[in-house]
Write a protein that binds this ligand. Structure first.
Ligand code: HEM
Length: 357
């Protein structure tokens, strides 16, 4: 009898330990699937003020991509270019003004798709009709990029919202300094992204954005002329020279030859076959620090998806404006006319700083 009781006790203790372990393991896993949420952003931000926000955007984009799948790539890149320069504040959307040429006019942004800007403004107008002027252009851009990934076959994930639109745009030099060139090697890319708290896994995962979309010949012609980059697969290079016969052609080609319109892990398979388009892509497989990560994503798509989501959540929260900072633009390409919002922000910030002192 005594031995049965002690046997049961052992069994229950074992169960308890297992439950404890599995609960704590889940907690650890949960903690790893999402980076910390920036102060002022939340996953329920528009639940009351614009409950249909996400369904409106998803429905519109589904229609748009059905007609032209390429627009998904344009929207994903737009969010990246917004976040890397001055944070995800919609500054890339602003037109130039008397104060000077805008971010949009800086070289890396000249190949952003004009249609992407139009899609964001159309969505803003539609959302204003449904909810009033409550949703920021920077949040619309973030949601459009998120849906671009999912609707092209990639992972589905929630993003925190509540970004506010910036009142200024970056200069040409700031823009150039924050968006690495496609000719960069892995060291340059790793160092550049490290300044934004993005590590090697984030770098390789985010570069996987190149699983969809296109590039212009002049973004990689340095690998073809005067001679072909020896790292590049010979046949791949020969075919690229057919698309780009001289180093001044303005043609385009796909970034991922295996599945150019599908968000999958084939970009990493391309790299392993030395068929990456930009040096910044291919060198991730050459460099010892990132080669293993490339291989791990090439053989395991769900690992890539998990790491991509994690890195996108980090990227999507870079230097966000929240609370009373910035504004909600009435037109994504211009700052609101009433400089009141600008003054309110500046004065508000000063008051807050004085209170804190
Ligand atoms: C890490 C450094 C990166 C470099 C050097 C880089 C460079 C480039 C270049 C040169 C193009 C082609 C521009 C053209 O010739 O038209 C391009 C396209 C693209 N990039 Fe990146 N990129 C980087 C990171 C990213 C990230 C983080 C994402 C998103 C997560 C991204 C998404 C895209 C997409 C989707 C396109 C295709 C755009 C289209 O078809 O309109 N890139 N990138």
């Amino acid at each position: 009898m005594a031995s049965t009781i002690s046997g049961r006790r052992t069994f229950f203790t074992f169960l308890l330990i297992c439950t404890f372990l599995s609960v704590s393991t889940i907690k650890v896993c949960e903690a790893q699937t999402k980076p910390p949420t920036a102060k002022g952003l939340s996953y329920t931000f528009y639940d009351k003020s614009c409950p249909k926000l996400e369904s409106i955007i998803r429905k519109e984009l589904k229609k748009i991509f059905k007609n032209d799948v390429g627009q998904a790539a344009g929207l994903l890149r737009l969010h990246f270019h917004d976040c890397f320069v001055q944070g995800c504040d919609g500054s890339v959307l602003l037109d130039g003004s008397a104060s000077g040429p805008s971010e949009k006019d800086a070289p890396p942004n000249l190949t952003l798709r004009a249609e992407a800007f139009k899609i964001i403004e159309d969505l803003r107008r539609r959302l204003e009709k449904s909810c009033g002027r409550v949703v920021s252009c920077s949040d619309i851009t973030a949601l459009a990029a998120r849906d671009a990934v999912f609707l092209s076959g990639g992972p589905e994930y929630e993003i925190p919202l509540g970004r506010r639109d910036g009142l200024t745009f970056a200069t040409r030099n700031e823009t150039l300094a924050n968006l690495p060139a496609p000719s960069s090697n892995a060291t340059t890319i790793l160092n550049s992204l490290a300044t934004k708290n993005l590590d090697a896994t984030d770098v390789v995962a985010l570069s996987g954005g190149h699983t969809i979309g296109i590039g212009h010949c002049n973004s990689f012609s340095d690998r073809l002329f005067p001679t072909q980059d020896p790292v590049m697969d010979k046949t791949f290079g020969r075919n690229l020279r057919l698309t780009c016969p001289t180093n001044t052609t303005t043609n385009t080609t796909v970034l991922d030859i295996r599945s150019p319109n599908t968000f999958d892990n084939k970009y990493y398979v391309d790299l392993m076959n030395r068929q990456g388009l930009f040096n910044s892509d291919q060198d991730l497989y050459t460099d010892k620090r990132t080669r293993g990560i490339v291989t791990s994503f090439a053989v395991n798509q769900s690992l890539f998806f998990d790491k991509f989501v994690f890195a996108m959540l980090k990227m999507g929260q870079l230097s966000v404006l929240t609370g009373k900072q910035g504004e909600i633009r009435a037109n994504c390409s211009v700052r609101n006319a009433d400089s009141k919002s600008f003054l309110t922000t500046v004065v508000g910030d000063m008051v807050e700083q004085i209170i804190q002192m």
